[in-house]
Ligand binder design. Structure first.
Ligand SMILES: Cc1ncc(COP(=O)(O)O)c(C=O)c1O
Length: 393
């Protein structure tokens, strides 16, 4: 049989992540001690009470059936979380939809919302599922460049009118992946006006809502008046409570958009494992003390790596959030050359910036998913690597 991938699958670019994984494996097979800062999977554990809840409900054989959709308790827990963390009121029945991780919702969103040929505005650089979701739906991407000189915010005025006429959706993420910048309320207000003017659904990915550092305000898009009229916000327990493999997330906001996505999902999946839903309820309604400790841990990791790199001639500023550093690489390298040489020669794995879009060229993404001591070692190795390569060049 001559099996060939569909045109849609051919358009998707998973290859760079696969190539990084292969290079990591090869380096380890050569006996190298690899410091893996490439994948954004938390190394920190979920809170003990979350694991205990999961274990307790997993012991009951009656809990292994299809759940079909979120239990009402979960939706109420999300409302509680949003009220306590961002002073946002959500109707648990209509303005909260459970997902098998926010990726599930992001991946299916475009199929639910757009028709082939419709345009979706996506951040460049941006988290790869945004583009993949549009590709699956047969839509057209319009990349919004996120540039350092604009605070990594898209310049809405630069989007041509003929593009806006065909635009159905705009995706934003602050703080995001790989760009860790924050947006302020003024920007979000502008986005709401813009969305109303052009009839665009705003999608805010807030997966790093609880990894915001140095007491910067945590701004949910839902805090802005009018947000629910034009937008939805994705969130997740993966990074907030370190439950990344325990797949559960949610989307909140515009009732109509959520019901459309829910109707697509009802054709696709049978719901999240009941014990995971109960564990998520426990996490979302806890006293949140672990969140502060966690922020402190990531701040220390960020500071360790930045201080280490700055000692060897970089001039990196403190990132305001997420588990990543978005780092401009020295001139003379492409992102891929740099990332490949760094893993091959120094045993430090990072992701080349162009994996996230054209504007990512010249950057690498470094994930803070190792303890500070290892990050110090990584900074030293990067320093030695650069010194050696300067000598070679
Ligand atoms: C910006 C962003 N959004 C969404 C996700 C998906 O997270 P999950 O599906 O685990 O909720 C990730 C995962 O890394 C992410 O970085």
């Amino acid at each position: 049989m001559n099996l060939v991938a569909s045109e849609k699958v051919k358009k998707m670019s998973a290859s760079i992540f696969q190539e990084m994984a292969d290079r990591k494996m090869q380096a380890m097979n050569r006996g190298m001690d690899v410091i893996d800062l490439s994948v954004g999977s938390p190394d920190l554990p979920p809170p003990a009470f979350v694991i205990e809840t999961l274990v307790k409900y997993s012991k009951d054989p009656l809990n292994y059936g299809y759940t079909l959709k979120g239990i009402p308790e979960f939706n109420k827990a999300v409302s509680y979380f949003y009220r306590h963390r961002y002073s946002v009121e959500l109707n648990p029945l209509k303005e909260v939809l459970q997902l098998m991780g926010s990726q599930d919702g992001l991946a299916h969103l475009a199929t639910a919302m757009i028709n082939p040929g419709d345009i979706v505005l996506v951040p460049d650089p941006g988290y790869p599922i945004y583009e993949a979701s549009v590709t699956i739906a047969g839509g057209v991407i319009y990349p919004m460049p996120l540039k350092a000189e604009n605070g990594f915010l898209p310049v809405l005025e630069e989007i041509p009118l003929d593009v806006l006429e065909k635009t159905k959706m705009m995706i934003l993420s602050y703080p995001g992946n790989p760009v860790t910048a924050l947006a302020d309320k003024e920007f979000f207000k502008k986005v709401i006006l813009f969305a109303k003017q052009h009839d665009i659904l705003v999608v805010h990915d807030f997966a790093y809502s609880e990894l915001i550092f140095d007491h910067h305000e945590q701004i949910s898009f839902m805090m802005i008046p009018g947000a629910k009229e034009v937008g939805i916000e994705f969130n997740s327990l993966s990074k907030t409570f370190n439950m990344a493999g325990c797949r559960i997330g949610y989307v909140v906001g515009n009732e109509k958009a959520l019901s459309i996505l829910a109707s697509l999902k009802s054709n696709i999946d049978y719901g999240v494992f009941y014990p995971i839903q109960k564990a998520a309820v426990a996490a979302l309604t806890s006293d949140f003390s672990m969140l502060e400790e966690q922020v402190r841990e990531y701040e220390i990791r960020r500071d360790t790596l930045i201080t280490g790199l700055n000692k060897s001639g970089w001039s990196l500023e403190k990132s305001p959030g997420t588990m990543f550093l978005w780092v401009k690489i020295p001139p003379g390298w492409s992102s891929r050359e740099f990332a490949f040489a760094l893993i091959d020669e120094a045993g430090v794995a990072v992701v080349p910036g162009d994996a996230f879009g054209e504007q990512g060229e010249g950057y690498v993404r470094i994930a803070l998913v190792q303890p500070s001591e290892r990050l110090s070692v990584a900074a030293n190795r990067i320093d030695e690597f650069l010194t050696k390569s300067l000598l070679k060049k």
